[in-house]
Design a protein around this ligand. Structure first.
Ligand SMILES: NC(=O)c1ccc[n+]([C@@H]2O[C@H](COP(=O)([O-])OP(=O)(O)OC[C@H]3O[C@@H](n4cnc5c(N)ncnc54)[C@H](O)[C@@H]3O)[C@@H](O)[C@H]2O)c1
Length: 382
């Protein structure tokens, strides 16, 4: 096994820093995995690279042109965290350069862009291509996923999944690229938050058959940060009502997928609730250590039980088993999953793997149908 994998980072903003920070505390993991070493970074905004330069002595190349980073023989793999309008061109170039890629969601600004990425993926099976999505790595979610894997829910009655933000409730919050269609895409909040919501349902085999979506814009304008107001173009909130088929019993069930940027009181809430005839379970990042479960035997009592999970992560770490889990832990776990798959050619368990390209493809089909549903007011078949 090689001892390290040399990474280039394209996009040195919020998420580029999160990855670099996870790489810097790789010793936190107690697993036999190569270490990611940051050797190159790229951002057209040079100021964004200063933090990297100051913190990573291993960086040999700092550039404003990602093609230069891709040409470097010091780079084996790339993490790409750039605005959505750049996903297709950059991801395709990364893949064609023969570098492994962990890209960010939504994996293309729209379905057409996603199809272009999928073509490059199919032409380069030698390269590992995955999309980021870190919330399933919370230990309580891993436990819930284990319940799914063990098929103990009975018939699925209903699934509700969502990702809710609240900071856009403030009408004075200045606009950024995530609220501009040309940069973020027509999907709006679905492109931003949707893959996070779809990851576990899709991996569970709960594919939406159809969707009726209600999309809303709460504020039409926002300050531009320079004294003027500008149009805020993207959808703030989306509720997707879907029908899915339970692969265990073959029966349909309702599944709601919510992505909301204006959800009062929800700073960063990812939740998943599964109701079944034999077991039910629910989780929310608001109580990150807690998994609620309700086993049921016919005629028996219906008691929700609260399990305080602690720290049994999919990838072992030095943290004591009683301590709580956090966002940066989930990023570290996701990176362990990517590097595990790169090293061993398989995932550690079904739900301890990053999002696969075909799962992004399904998410694009869903979001495209959701846009059509909003336009027509109809339920759209996927
Ligand atoms: N996994 C998560 O939890 C999560 C959270 C937030 C954002 N994201 C995703 O990460 C991606 C980036 O979002 P962010 O919040 O880090 O954005 P950001 O605006 O903080 O950072 C994006 C960076 O990309 C740089 N950039 C622009 N054009 C570039 C180019 N041609 N080459 C290289 N760099 C370029 C920008 O200068 C900026 O520094 C998006 O796809 C977003 O959806 C994921």
């Amino acid at each position: 096994m090689q001892s390290e994998i040399r990474f280039g980072i394209v996009g040195c903003g919020l998420m580029g820093k999160e990855f670099a920070s996870a790489a810097a505390r790789w010793c936190h993991l107690d697993e036999d995995l190569p270490r990611p070493v940051i050797t190159a970074v790229c951002d057209p905004n040079q100021a964004a690279t200063t933090w990297f330069k100051n913190n990573f002595a291993t960086i040999k190349l700092i550039t404003t042109d990602y093609k230069q980073l891709l040409a470097s023989n010091q780079v084996d793999a790339v993490y790409c965290a750039v605005p959505h309008d750049l996903h297709a061109d950059v991801y395709i170039d990364v893949i064609n350069a023969g570098k492994h890629l962990l890209g960010e969601k939504p994996f293309g600004i729209n379905q057409k862009a996603n199809k272009r990425i999928m073509e490059a993926v199919s032409q380069h099976p030698e390269v590992l291509v995955r999309s980021s999505s870190e919330y399933p790595f919370a230990p309580a979610v891993q436990r819930l996923c284990n319940m799914i894997d063990n098929k103990i829910f009975g018939h699925i009655i209903q699934v509700d999944a969502g990702f809710m933000h609240s900071s856009d409730l403030d009408p004075g919050k200045p606009i950024n690229w995530k609220r501009i269609v040309l940069k973020n895409g027509e999907y709006g909040c679905m492109g931003d938050l949707g893959m996070h919501v779809c990851h576990v349902p899709f991996r569970s085999g709960w594919k939406p058959q159809n969707v009726r979506a209600i999309l809303t814009k709460v504020y039409n304008e926002r300050p531009d940060g320079k004294g003027k107001n500008v149009a805020c173009e993207t959808w703030d909130n989306a509720t997707m009502f879907c029908e899915a088929i339970d692969p265990v019993c073959g029966q349909p069930f309702p599944m709601t997928l919510k992505t909301q940027r204006i959800a009062p009181g929800e700073t960063n809430t990812w939740y998943l609730s599964i109701l079944g005839t034999r077991n039910s379970a629910r989780f929310s990042t608001k109580n990150i250590n807690i998994l609620e479960i309700m086993p049921y035997t016919p005629g028996g009592e219906q008691n929700w039980q609260v399990v305080d999970i602690g720290h049994p992560t999919a990838f072992k770490s030095i943290t004591g088993g009683i301590f709580e889990f956090g966002f940066s832990d989930s990023i570290l776990q996701m990176w362990a999953a990517f590097i595990y798959e790169l090293t061993y050619g398989k995932v550690k368990n079904k739900f301890a793997g990053c999002v696969r390209p075909e799962e992004t493809e399904l998410s694009h089909r869903l979001f495209t149908c959701a846009l059509e549903s909003q336009r027509t007011g109809k339920c759209i078949q996927l």
